[in-house]
Design a protein around this ligand. Structure first.
Ligand code: UD1
Length: 420
């Protein structure tokens, strides 16, 4: 088991290049199976979740080449439409292969997905949408057997909640459906638009991605394409929080300003000065952060749930009382008990509201990552804390942050990965 050892209290300074988005790369990799041919995906982050997605593609019969941040997927010979439970369990995003398999083969056999334990994370919206499209889904020994014996029908799907994954699955499943599929209350996250941009390059007819109403007009043929994944807005917010926590000044290269607007407002509210020129963001932190009176996580373009843990860690040493309400997942404050071990004064009410009384400083402690973003939040807290912290279970962090110790070292942090 690897650990991170961080000696905190140094102001971070310097410049860093932002990685590609995990949440964009994963559905795009699933989409390479749907479109066929040989797709070239650039700016694909080197992460364990990406490795898990590539294993699924290989299992279906795809040939994979990985050269640094470029992944080449040749899906011409793909023939398997079942995904074993051990692969499905690796991550939540494995469920996006369901839409891709249905699009390519008209059938699929999958088990419910794994991923971070941040709530129930049901897939009812995915399944009810596919059923509405004419897919027969039955459960057999824990396997969801999906078939569209009469083909898939175009229809209007009104999502009860703008689920990112359900929106992606419907988009993928409807690529070749004759007629127009309409999704209302679709998720508007930038990763949805990135998936649509890739699919459009491959010949798909999709309009409205990034807005609440998405229209997919099925095409008979699709072809492979070359695409570069968008920058990771959540990892950008993690670097921003590192600067904010340590009173530092850093430049993040390769950002997309529009994607970061919901988090920029919050960092500015806490007293950070932020400047953006072209694709570079410079964040300059004050000596002491101000509280954020009230912050709620919301679907995009609201404040992202994935940045909540990081901001909770940052506000632990802000001046005054901050309140954060988690509106997307039921169980997303599991980092709080760990932050409390570091001296934070946070109480969680009804499982969904964190009341953060800013303390003078955090102190180093032995803590454990319990999920991806919660783990990153502990690293952020440790960088700002006085003394040494040891973070265990960092495989969670490795699912989404590329070589976190190298990035933070570049910014002047005292951080080491140790094995034992
Ligand atoms: C994606 C992101 C994840 C992010 C989340 C919300 C990827 C790989 N992951 O996850 O990092 O935190 O969006 O921005 O892109 N829900 C249901 N039934 C469903 C589907 C979802 O009740 O069938 C609920 C979920 O339990 C959750 C909420 O809807 O409470 C949001 O989930 P969703 O948008 O689907 O998130 P994911 O696609 O799983």
């Amino acid at each position: 088991m690897e650990k991170l050892v961080i000696s905190g209290g140094r102001a971070l300074n310097g410049k860093i290049m932002l990685q590609g988005s995990k949440n964009s790369a994963l559905p795009i990799l699933a989409a390479t199976l749907a479109v066929g041919g040989t797709s070239v995906i650039h700016n694909c982050p080197v992460l364990t979740d990406i490795t898990a997605a590539l294993k699924i593609l290989e299992h279906t019969g795809c040939k994979i080449k990985r050269e640094g941040h470029t992944v080449i997927v040749d899906s011409s010979a793909a023939s398997r439409y079942d995904i074993p439970e051990c692969m499905m369990r690796e991550m939540r995003s494995s469920i996006i292969f369901l839409g891709a398999l249905i699009s390519r083969f008209g059938c699929a056999g999958v088990t419910p997905p794994g991923g971070c334990e941040i709530g129930l994370r049901p897939i009812d919206l995915h399944l009810s949408s596919l059923r509405r499209m004419g897919v027969d889904i039955s459960e057999n020994g824990g396997v969801l057997e999906c078939r569209a014996p009469c083909g898939i029908s175009p229809c209007h799907i009104a999502l009860a909640f703008p689920s990112v994954g359900a929106t992606e699955n419907i988009m993928l499943a409807s690529l070749r459906v004759k007629g127009e599929t309409v999704i209302t209350n679709a998720a508007r996250e930038p990763e949805i638009k990135d998936l649509a941009d890739f699919l459009k390059k491959c010949g798909a007819r999709i309009s409205g991605a990034g807005q609440s109403v998405i229209r997919i007009n099925g095409v008979e043929r699709m072809h492979s394409s070359v695409h570069s994944v968008i920058p990771d807005r959540i990892v950008a917010s993690t670097y921003m929080a590192c600067a904010a926590c340590t009173g530092g000044k850093i430049a993040i290269d390769g950002i997309c300003r529009e994607h970061l607007l919901p988090v920029i407002t919050v960092f500015e509210g806490a007293g950070c000065r932020i400047g953006i020129k072209n694709n570079e963001l410079i964040i300059n932190a004050p000596e002491k952060l101000s509280r954020i009176k009230s912050l709620r996580t919301m679907p995009y373009p609201g404040f992202p749930t994935d940045s909540q843990a990081i901001v909770t860690a940052m506000l632990a040493t802000a001046h005054g009382t901050s309140v954060i309400t988690e509106k997307i997942f039921e169980n997303r404050f599991r980092h709080v008990p760990e932050l409390i071990k570091m001296g934070a004064d946070i109480r969680v009410e009804d499982g969904s509201v964190a009341v953060i009384e800013g303390v003078e400083r955090l102190r180093g402690a032995r803590v454990s990552a319990c999920d991806l973003r919660g783990g990153s939040a502990l690293a952020v807290a440790a960088l700002g804390a006085e003394g040494k912290s040891v973070i265990e279970n960092i495989h969670h962090i490795d699912r989404g942050c590329e070589a976190i110790e190298e990035s933070f070292s570049l910014l002047g942090a005292d951080i080491k990965r140790i094995k034992n």
